[in-house]
Design a binder for this molecule. Structure first.
Ligand code: AHR
Length: 530
């Protein structure tokens, strides 16, 4: 046996004998930057299902996310089905969208749904005060959204209006969408063209009510939450998962504490929001460019992305005090990178490009979410088209997919699979004055017994040689795909739409119960083991 085989055998035996910890990854950083990384996957120990909704998305009436991104109208020259563009739906179906959150965001707490149903020419017009003060003519409303969900094969996650709405309005909305009774709301839906009620699985009672959703104190929101959620009813076999507004970022523990204490027993989940950037501030024009940055800015984003893990642990720590039996799930129902708007963008439209840096950040987040599969049951990246860390960018009739799209497509093998604990020993990457683990990984076993390992190498300069031992499995075949480029800021454009896309990962081999290979610098990899 060579040195690697000995190490793997010892790791497998140690893992099989003494591993007792939670079903997630434990990472150790080694001082030697050239050392081969060791990954040990406990194939025989998985306990938790990775909810497909961890790979959820978010579409707000903001900039060109909904209008143009999805909605072009039935009379458009752009190919569409009932007003929804075909190219975008086809691309997203390939990537898979398990759940879609709508209509906001901040927009949700000023949206009055009744304005957005019925004949289009009779629908109201509103000022979208948060996002550019543009007029929203309500062409895209409840029917169009739920039609879109059916086209995508997604669960619907509606965010209701607490900030400026009424209890009656929220109650009516749920009845309108989901009841099959002979009631006013259900009959109004029928008159508007939809006979059968829809299934609406998730309902958020407000959005960011500590900020744009009403600037409330946690005590005030907790009371309102209790009242509003009472009237979010289950009709006709539809079972709604109720989501309370959770904390802002990683340190808002006081909010979580009050919500859990006063309202936790009325909620099925709370929704935390977590945005990341480089070293700039949050103000207008301070967040840094999406495409022009140096290695320090790259590294700061990696560090901030990794901090999601700590933020989840802190929030779960507070939740555990009030919910030791883990009945209430944690959602991260807005997350992602937030850069300066691209030059020339209409103010408030939050249009940004998306590079390999965003893709590596997304892979860090998704691997962390997988590792917390026991309690993190939904996450929604912001946002699906043309806004923030988008999957899709459109320009008139043209459409391109981003590097982040490719990460979601590569990781979709984890949907519904069983999380496998993984221990990682890897060199440090120190680009931001702090040792970070060069590799972030997660692994799962699907219903057919196939193992998938997703790994990202955040070091933009060094490849990572690795040995991956599988405790409890003798592999018979291995293959991989990799997303990378020579440039940290590589991205797709309308002139070069396929500049960044996954290709087969070469050089993987099997040796006994272990896999060996190299994870290129600044890359995202998915490895399939049978
Ligand atoms: O995603 C953009 C905005 O970010 C959302 O509207 C809001 O909820 C958050 O602050």
């Amino acid at each position: 046996m060579n040195r690697h085989q000995w190490i793997c055998m010892i790791l497998v035996l140690m893992g099989a004998c003494v591993w007792m910890g939670p079903a997630r990854a434990d990472t150790t950083i080694t001082p030697d930057a050239d050392e081969t990384s060791q990954i040990l996957i406990h194939v025989d120990q998985g306990r938790h299902r990775i909810a497909p909704e961890i790979y959820g998305h978010f579409a707000e009436h903001l900039g060109r996310c909904v209008y143009e991104g999805f909605w072009v109208g039935p009379d458009s020259d752009i190919p569409n089905v009932r007003g929804i563009r075909t190219d975008v739906v086809e691309a997203l179906r390939k990537m898979k969208v398990p759940v879609l959150r709508w209509p906001g965001g901040c927009f949700a707490d000023e949206y009055h749904w009744k304005e957005g149903v019925g004949p289009p020419e009779k629908r109201g017009k509103m000022i979208n005060t948060h996002w550019g003060r543009v007029i929203d003519n309500h062409a895209f409303g409840t029917h169009e959204f739920l039609d879109l969900c059916e086209m995508l094969g997604s669960e619907a996650y509606i965010a209701g209006n607490v900030g400026s709405g009424t209890v009656e309005e929220m109650q009516d909305w749920v009845e309108y969408m989901t009841s099959d009774k002979d009631s006013d709301m259900a009959n109004w839906r029928r008159a508007n063209g939809r006979d059968k009620p829809w299934k609406v699985r998730y309902f958020g009672v407000g959005n960011e009510n500590w900020g744009c959703g009403g600037n409330m104190t946690p005590e005030y929101y907790a009371d309102l939450y209790r009242r509003f959620q009472t009237y979010v009813r289950d009709y006709s076999g539809n079972r709604i998962v109720k989501v309370a507004c959770g904390p802002n970022g990683g340190n808002d523990l006081g909010w979580t504490e009050v919500i859990m204490q006063k309202a936790g027993r009325f909620a099925n989940a709370i929704g935390q929001h977590y945005y990341v950037r480089g070293s700039g501030g949050w103000g207008n024009g301070q967040k840094g460019s999406a495409t022009e940055f140096d290695e320090k800015e790259w590294a700061v984003l990696m560090k901030n992305s990794l901090n999601m893990d700590e933020a989840i642990k802190k929030t779960l720590g507070v939740m555990d005090r009030f919910d030791p039996r883990h009945r209430v799930a944690l959602y991260v129902d807005e997350w992602g990178t937030w850069w300066n708007e691209e030059p020339g963008t209409q103010g408030g439209f939050l249009y940004q490009q998306n590079t390999l840096r965003d893709a590596v950040s997304a892979a860090i987040f998704l691997n962390i979410f997988n590792q917390h599969a026991e309690r993190v049951k939904m996450c929604n990246i912001a946002q699906i088209n043309n806004v923030l860390q988008a999957m899709i960018l459109t320009r008139g009739k043209d459409m391109i997919v981003t590097p982040t799209y490719h990460v979601f497509e590569m990781f979709n093998v984890h949907h519904g699979a069983t999380l496998l604990p993984a221990d990682v020993t890897c060199p440090a990457y120190n680009g931001a004055g702090q040792d970070l683990p060069m590799l972030v990984t997660s692994a799962s076993r699907d219903a057919q017994g196939v193992i998938h390992v997703t790994v990202t190498n955040m070091n933009p300069n060094k490849d990572a040689k690795f040995v991956c031992a599988l405790a409890g499995k003798m592999p018979s075949s291995v293959s991989g795909r990799v997303l990378t480029d020579k440039a940290m800021n590589a991205h797709n454009t309308f002139d070069a739409p396929n500049a960044v896309k996954p290709v087969p990962l070469k050089g993987l081999s099997i040796d006994g119960n272990s896999i060996q290979g190299t994870i290129p610098s600044k890359s995202v990899v998915v490895i399939t083991v049978k």
